[in-house]
Design a protein around this ligand. Structure first.
Ligand code: ZN
Length: 323
């Protein structure tokens, strides 16, 4: 696809010098710029120019316009001494959904395409609903990264949480824990048949399992699930549209059903890059910067319903390529 071609050095120069504007950097970065660590990738070999600090947005502007880097990143952490990554104050809570790493993609493409980018957006919409509705979080920003999405959360009480708590939140929102309650059977596996009025975590879990099953293909790889069982799941999944979990279970067989639910539970863990969520000192692609590998702009999503990366995150030089 024309759109995903890498940007040349000349195109990067055009982008940063003629098109990019410091105002496109999200306020949540500009307002805390002196506490953040920046990192840059100048040659497309990874962000090895790190520990950079800018005391004002104007310094960042001058740097980007002169260096026109291959990629630009900024810490999720706030430090007293960002130049040495010392004096940690707090970190954003982050969920990183990269379209190419989603374990249930219906496209089967090698890299990213319109289909898996749309599926990545569906997944982040589900996660944001849970973060807001179940966890009561309010200060949530969504960023299109160039090949997926970053959810960045600024609620004061979560920003000081350690990695363990972040990992628990992650498991909750993606549905990576088997729900446990009085309906647990001998094997400790939740019997989905019983929650006819699910709420809280069982509801989130049900939604995630349903989404995953609906996005399986004959080529999907599920732990401990063979081709025959996968085929039976695909044949019967229409039952889940009407929440007929009991019938679904009977048709598949209770033992095989448990296998499927267990496999989906561990698959859900890889909907999000867990390393990013638990790492308090991570650097993330800077909103407004160019993702040079695919020639797309890392862009803050203002309206999730109308956002379309192929309209809203395509730099001017890409449109001109086709003329
Ligand atoms: Zn794809």
């Amino acid at each position: 696809m024309e759109m995903f071609k890498p940007a040349t050095l000349e195109e990067r120069r055009i982008y940063y010098r003629e098109e990019w504007d410091i105002k496109q950097v999200s306020d949540f970065i500009s307002n805390s710029i002196e506490n953040r660590e920046f990192g840059f990738d100048h040659f497309g070999k990874g962000p090895n120019d790190r520990y950079k600090v800018f005391n004002t947005p104007d310094y960042l502007k001058r740097f980007l316009k002169s260096k026109t880097p291959f990629a630009a990143y900024c810490s999720v952490a706030f430090y007293e001494k960002p130049r040495r990554r010392k004096g940690w104050i707090k970190s954003e809570l982050v969920f990183d959904v990269d379209a190419k790493d989603i374990p249930i993609r219906t496209c089967g493409c090698d890299d990213v395409c319109e289909i898996c980018l749309r599926e990545a957006k569906e997944i982040v919409e589900g996660l944001i609903d849970t973060l807001k509705g179940d966890l009561g979080l309010k200060d949530i920003h969504l960023i299109y990264s160039g090949r997926g999405y970053h959810i960045r959360i600024f609620d004061a009480d979560v920003m000081i949480m350690d990695s363990d708590v972040r990992s628990q939140i992650l498991k909750y929102v993606v549905g990576a824990d088997l729900p446990k309650d009085k309906y647990d059977d001998d094997n400790g596996i939740y019997n989905l048949e019983h929650f006819s009025i699910p709420f809280g975590y069982p509801w989130v879990f049900t939604q995630r399992v349903k989404y995953a099953i609906n996005h399986l293909t004959v080529d999907s790889k599920l732990e401990d699930v063979n081709g025959k069982l996968l085929k039976d799941v695909l044949t019967n999944r229409n039952l889940l549209e009407r929440n007929q979990w009991g019938l679904f279970k009977t048709n598949i067989g209770p033992v095989r059903y448990k296998k499927v639910i267990k496999a989906i539970t561990s698959l859900n863990m890889s909907l999000v890059d867990a390393k990013v969520t638990i790492d308090l000192k991570r650097i993330l692609r800077l909103p407004s910067s160019l993702h040079s590998k695919v020639s797309m702009r890392c862009t803050e999503v203002k309206n999730i319903d109308t956002f379309d990366p192929f309209e809203d995150a395509v730099p001017g030089f890409v449109w001109e390529r086709n003329e």
